[in-house]
Each structure stands twice: as structure tokens, then as C-alpha cells.
Design a binder for this molecule. Sequence first.
Ligand SMILES: Cc1cc2nc3c(=O)[nH]c(=O)nc-3n(C[C@H](O)[C@H](O)[C@H](O)COP(=O)(O)OP(=O)(O)OC[C@H]3O[C@@H](n4cnc5c(N)ncnc54)[C@H](O)[C@@H]3O)c2cc1C
Length: 247
Amino acid sequence: MARTAVSGRLAWRVARLAEFRDETPTARTLVFDLPGWPGHLAGQHVDVRLTAADGYRAQRSYSLAAPSDGDRVELTVQRVADGEVSEHLTGPYAIGDPVEIRGPIGGWFAWRPTDPSPVLLIAGGSGIVPLMAMIRARRAAGVRTPFKLIYSLRTPAELYYADELRTPVAGMDVTYVYTRELPEGRPGIPRRIDVATINTAGWPAEFGASCFVCGPTGFVETVADILVALGHDPHRIRTERFGPSRD
Ligand SMILES: Cc1cc2nc3c(=O)[nH]c(=O)nc-3n(C[C@H](O)[C@H](O)[C@H](O)COP(=O)(O)OP(=O)(O)OC[C@H]3O[C@@H](n4cnc5c(N)ncnc54)[C@H](O)[C@@H]3O)c2cc1C
């Protein structure tokens, strides 16, 4: 990452919406033009600030959904009922509209393609966003680092990045865990991620995998406890909690 990434990190920059894609009926990927962006690592996040006509401001954190790509930055926002910022970004916010962004933020919850250790990604709901940036960074760098993804979601309709994740990728296994409704024809009953899931779909602890866990606070704490109980080195477990974020 360029030196400017450090010096200009906390500066607010004006971004404009260049394009968007609906991932699900309630989640939208927003692609911004962000002149002067210093670059980022997969896993980092930004602050987004909205300013109303009367000067009222609201600011929230959002993970970067794709690896660094010049002046283009991608976020995926899940609409939260009555959410001040997410309802705007997934609703009336239109192509060409401005927003302020600062970052990148967070150097610990980040994956570098130069790290050869196997990787275990565990996502709860919209927690898939920074983990998808890591999957995409792996592809962009052309490395073969072994990846496993365990993705917990309520129903099949809530799957983000469906086409990309359903395309088989050499060296990457994906396991879906549905907590409320299973895809048609899939045997079993809805359930939550538990010890057995991670034991079967994750890496054995002795492989020394880098573990990245992201989602709602309770989900992250449960999964991190399971990883430690299974013998994973706590120093190799990195977590990001998507709790409510306010300025
Ligand atoms: C480091 C970090 C990265 C994040 N990355 C993403 C991301 O990539 N995509 C994404 O969609 N969100 C992400 N979030 C969450 C995001 O910052 C906001 O909290 C979320 O969009 C809701 O903001 P809002 O203004 O719409 O809701 P608010 O007006 O702040 O809240 C409305 C109501 O929803 C509840 N609420 C707020 N946030 C959440 C939440 N996350 N889960 C459940 N209930 C909530 C509040 O308690 C309140 O009752 C991230 C949070 C953090 C801390």
C-alpha cells in the first residue's frame, strides 16, 4: 500500500456512486468513484458520512467488499429496519450522488496475499463482506493459498455474491449453514454453526490457519470460543464485529 495510505488515512474524501448491484432484496453493493484513494488491504473498512441539506450529519462504518482497485471502492450495505444510514444507501441514494468516505481503517483484520498460511473464513450474514474482499484478493493476486469459507445465513434468499460463490474455485471450499430455512431439496433442518460444523468444515488446529470471523457480536464471540476450544491459536483468530456503529 502506498505511503499516502498512512498520511491521508483520516482525511474525508468526496465519493460519488458510479454503479450498484442488488445482492439480495435488502442488500446492495455500491461502487464509488473516490479520487485520491490511497489503496487498502482486504478486510479493512471505511467510515461513510452523510450530510443532509440542513447540515445534519450521520456516520457509520462499512467494510470494503473488494480489493484495492485504483480510485474505485466497493461496499455492500445491508438495509436495517429504520436504519438512518443503511436505508438511505440502499434506497434513494442514486448514481452520481456524493457521500464522504475516510479510511482505510483497521490493520489487524486484514489478509495479505503474501501470507502462505491456510485461511479459514467464518461469516455471519453481512459479515461476509470483508471476507469476500479476501476471496477476491486471493483471485486478483493469482495465489493458491488454501481457503475455506463457512457462511452462516438465515435463508437461501439472503446469500450475497451468489454467482461468484457458486462458481467452483480450485483450493477453496465453501460450506453454507442455514439458520432458518434450507434450500429446496437439502436434507436436514436449519441450525446454527457449532463445534461439529467448524470441526468438519474448518482446518485442523495443527494446520496453523489464519482465522477471520465476522458478523454480529454474539455470532463472532460464539465462533471465536469454538475455535479456541478446538485448539486454534488465539493469536491467529481475528474478529470483526458488525455491531451498531455510530459517530
Ligand atoms: C467495523 C464495522 C464494519 C461494518 N461493515 C458493514 C458492512 O460491510 N455492511 C453492513 O451492512 N453493515 C456494516 N456494519 C454495520 C454498519 O456500520 C451500521 O451499523 C448499519 O448499517 C446500521 O446503520 P443504520 O444507520 O442504518 O442504523 P441505525 O440508525 O444506527 O440503527 C437502527 C436500528 O438498528 C439497530 N442496528 C444498527 N446496526 C445494526 C446492526 N449492524 N445489526 C443489527 N441491528 C443494528 C440499532 O440498534 C437500531 O435499533 C459495520 C459495522 C462495523 C462496526
